[in-house]
Write a new protein. Structure first.
Ligand SMILES: Nc1ncnc2c1ncn2[C@@H]1O[C@H](COP(=O)(O)OP(=O)(O)OP(=O)(O)O)[C@@H](O)[C@H]1O
Ligand SMILES: [Mg+2]
Lengths: 474, 297
């Protein structure tokens, strides 16, 4: 739920955080009670030995007290707002003679603004004002009810549990299970978010593909996403062939990787195998600074220094160089991602056990033979991982390309020409006021989907490579 | 078989004669004092393979090996014993300049292999290490196939002219290391998938595949069970026919079983050297006696 849309007044926010704090306090109290009760049970002469240490009973008591109450608070907050709005606005729309859902939404917005105490532009409608007042009243009531219910649940939970404590209660196992559940939830959270993102992009893409055929999108050679604003406008049906855009992405990423992989890998090898530890301690952080420079700054650098230099060089050599070229963007992007390759590769190379190096040197291998034949193969999975990270950075990079490579969707593999990339097109499609149902806007989602598919494929391929060539040590 | 037995018997005779001479000296001299700094016994031999004179090793400021002089004879097994941290590994690593890879390590003195002063500036460590192979305390097979592990040395030194020659070298080395029967049908599987004892024998095969003249072994059996240890010990006895071997061990019985001469180190000093039988039956230095009788360790 979006915070900005949630019409919690400051007071309401206060009261709910107070409530949560109260519940937490209660549950720490419950922890203490649980511990004490367990100890008391254990000290009874007739009692059996406690199954677990008293702390576990305490934790369990705390969970019984806090968890249901907190759950109730969460669910209440999710459900209360729409319900209260419906109740407050009951009859208002009808009274104002408004039927279309959009206009009803507008009224609701007005009411929310009033509730939130925002300045309302136009004159306040008494009906709306009444509804807002009613909303505030209802909300106060709801907060009160929530507090009562939650606190009652907390108390009920803890008293129920305290009554159930027996020495034989397997508190440790139950706590372990709760910990496991919490950890599982946390780890699946990221998965759910990913799935959500993919689905949202997917649905918009489907809407796009209802208007433009997937074949045109995937295999079309022309990208010019102009749509007629009015139906009678001439000659602008737009073409949505993604190939030139995708080609631009690959071209620029390819140039960037051609710079970053050799430079990054070699500097990683130098840093980890040849450099003295003092030199390494100084240079490695310096290299990592490269990754911290904002991409906009790289964009300046590319557009103001590198692109003109390339153009001048090209002019000297008699080559036609566009003022915005893929080469400039790729070069600068390559420099930007060097630390991704070098820093991670350096780490994995360092993680290769010294005993392997000794083994190789002990057989009379030279340093470079040892690196080539023993260390790099052993570090391969990590190196591939670092390269992969760099590739996804390169594919996703936008700013440098906007500033240095241009917006023209040329289908070319000549690095001296202007090209554009998927990310840049997504930005240009979505910048400014856009209708969210024209193919022009929806195309952005389709491009996003395409980008996602490409990076996923790259990941899978890399995983396969790593599995196949992995050399396991220990 | 009979021939091998014959040589073994011969060697025994020679060893016995030496022992008796050594023991006669020992009988004449009273037990040497704890504080005596000089090496006791017979550190030098008639037919030396490696000659070390006044070797000192420093790790930064730490003086780890103090003025050690000793010979390693041809086709003999020299055992180095001593309490933990006394510098056995350090000295062993001097013999093929593995200490070069340790930052801050400095070696002075003279170590000669045949006629080559190995710490001479002009000496290239690569061929040196091919001549003086090393087996480490912990098995460290490369994360490659069994075949590639053994073929590694021959490949980088260009010892095999053809694929089949390389295969012969690998097979021969694995056979010598007593591992062939166990791995002949899975040479393409990773060497790291073998058991600890098999891995150690693989490392030995890897070392002898380069055909070194001297093999240095740093506690090669410390991670092995008695059966694997016995295999490795048999192997050492067998390898002695062709190679010169220096072995570091914490296991007195092992030193007694496999070596002809034993050197006892203590806090960086080479305290006593002598034929193995003599050292274990009639130690002349108080520290040696304390150590081998287990009074101190
Ligand atoms: N790389 C190093 N840097 C500094 N000091 C070291 C280094 N390696 C060894 N030493 C020191 O040198 C001394 C001798 O170490 P060494 O490893 O040779 O002992 P060792 O006799 O092999 O012992 P162990 O039987 O435990 O293997 C020890 O005091 C040790 O702390
Ligand atoms: Mg050691």
């Amino acid at each position: 739920m979006n915070e900005a849309l949630c019409p919690l007044t400051d007071g309401a926010a206060m009261s709910s955080s107070l409530l949560i704090a109260l519940i937490l306090l209660l549950s720490s109290l419950a922890y203490w009670l649980g511990c004490r009760r367990a100890v008391a049970l254990a000290q009874r002469p007739s009692a059996a030995r406690l199954h677990s240490r008293p702390g576990y009973y305490g934790v369990l008591a705390g969970v019984w007290c806090g968890l249901p109450a907190l759950l109730i608070v969460a669910v209440w907050h999710l459900a209360a707002d729409p319900l209260l709005t419906r109740m407050a606005m009951n009859g208002v729309a009808a009274a104002k003679g408004v039927v279309s859902p959009d206009q009803v939404d507008l009224l609701v917005n007005d009411m929310r603004n009033l509730v939130a105490g925002n300045v309302v532009m136009h004159e306040v409608d008494p009906l709306i004002q009444a509804a807002a007042d009613q909303y505030i009243g209802l909300q106060r009531l709801s907060d009160l009810a929530l507090a009562t219910v939650a606190l009652a649940t907390a108390l009920a939970g803890v008293s129920l549990f305290l009554g159930r404590i027996r020495p034989a209660l397997r508190a440790r196992n139950q706590v372990e299970r709760i910990v496991k559940i919490v950890l599982t939830l946390c780890s699946t959270f990221a998965v759910f978010v990913t799935v959500g993102i993919v689905l949202s992009v997917l649905f918009e893409s489907i809407r796009f593909f209802q208007q433009i055929s997937p074949a045109d999108f995937l295999f079309g050679l022309k990208w010019s996403p102009q749509m007629a604003i009015r139906a009678d406008q001439a000659g602008s049906s737009g073409s949505f062939g993604a190939i030139p855009v995708l080609a631009g992405t690959f071209l620029i990423s390819g140039i960037a990787m051609a710079i970053a992989v050799p430079l990054g890998l070699m500097s990683a090898i130098y840093l980890s195998e040849y450099a003295s530890s003092r030199f390494r301690a100084v240079v490695k952080p310096l290299l990592e600074i490269l990754a911290g420079v904002p991409t906009v700054v790289y964009g300046f650098f590319a557009a103001l220094v590198v692109a003109p230099a390339i153009r001048n060089l090209g002019g000297l050599a008699g080559l036609p160089v566009a003022s915005e070229s893929a080469l400039a963007a790729g070069l600068v992007m390559g420099i930007m991602i060097i630390p991704f390759v070098s820093s991670l590769s350096d780490d994995v190379i360092n993680a290769v056990p010294q005993s392997l190096r000794d083994g190789s040197y002990g057989l009379g291998a030279t340093k470079s033979e040892t690196i080539k034949l023993v260390i790099l193969p052993a570090a391969l999975p990590g190196i591939v991982g670092s390269i992969l990270l760099a590739v996804s950075r390169a594919i996703g990079e936008t700013m440098i390309v906007v500033m240095a490579a241009g917006l023209a969707a040329n289908l070319t593999f000549n690095p001296l020409q202007a090209v554009t990339t998927v990310t840049v097109q997504i930005v240009t499609l979505l910048v400014g006021d856009q209708e969210f149902d024209s193919p022009k806007t929806l195309a952005a989602f389709a491009l996003g989907m395409l980008l996602f598919a490409v990076t996923l494929a790259l990941n899978v391929a890399a995983l396969y490579v790593v599995r196949k060539y992995r050399e396991e040590y220990e | 078989m009979a021939a091998i037995l014959g040589t073994v018997l011969d060697m025994r005779d020679v060893a016995r004669e030496k022992n008796e001479a050594d023991a006669a000296v020992a009988a004449r001299v009273r037990k040497v004092d704890r504080d005596q700094r000089q090496t006791v016994g017979l550190p030098f031999v008639e037919e030396p393979r490696m000659i070390c004179r006044e070797v000192n090793v420093y790790y930064g400021d730490k003086h780890a090996i103090k003025n050690v002089s000793i010979d390693v004879g041809k086709n003999e097994v020299l055992a180095m014993i001593g309490p933990s941290g006394c510098g056995k590994s350090t000295f062993l690593r001097c013999l093929n300049r593995m200490n070069d890879t340790v930052a801050g390590c400095r070696v002075t003195g003279e170590i000669v292999l045949d006629d080559l002063d190995i710490y001479d500036r002009k000496v290239d460590v690569v061929p040196l290490r091919a001549r003086v192979g090393m087996v480490f305390q912990k098995p460290n097979p490369f994360p490659k196939s069994i075949f590639d592990n053994v073929a590694y040395g021959p490949k980088i030194h260009g010892l095999a002219g053809s694929k089949s020659e390389l295969r012969d070298i690998v097979e021969g080395s694995l056979k010598k290391a007593g591992l062939w029967n166990e791995v002949s049908d899975r040479l393409d599987q990773p060497g790291t998938g073998l058991s600890g004892g098999q891995q150690q024998r693989l490392c030995i095969a890897r070392a002898i595949a380069v055909r070194p003249e001297v093999i240095l072994m740093d506690e090669p059996c410390s991670a092995l069970d008695p059966i694997a240890t016995a295999t490795v010990e048999d192997l050492i006895t067998e390898l002695k026919e062709q190679y010169t071997i220096v072995i570091v061990t914490h296991n007195m019985q092992q030193a007694a079983r496999v070596s002809q001469r034993t050197a006892y180190f203590h806090l960086g000093d080479l305290v006593e050297v002598g034929s193995t039988d003599r050292i274990f039956t009639n130690p002349r230095h108080q520290l040696t006696e304390d150590y081998i009788t287990g009074r101190f360790g």
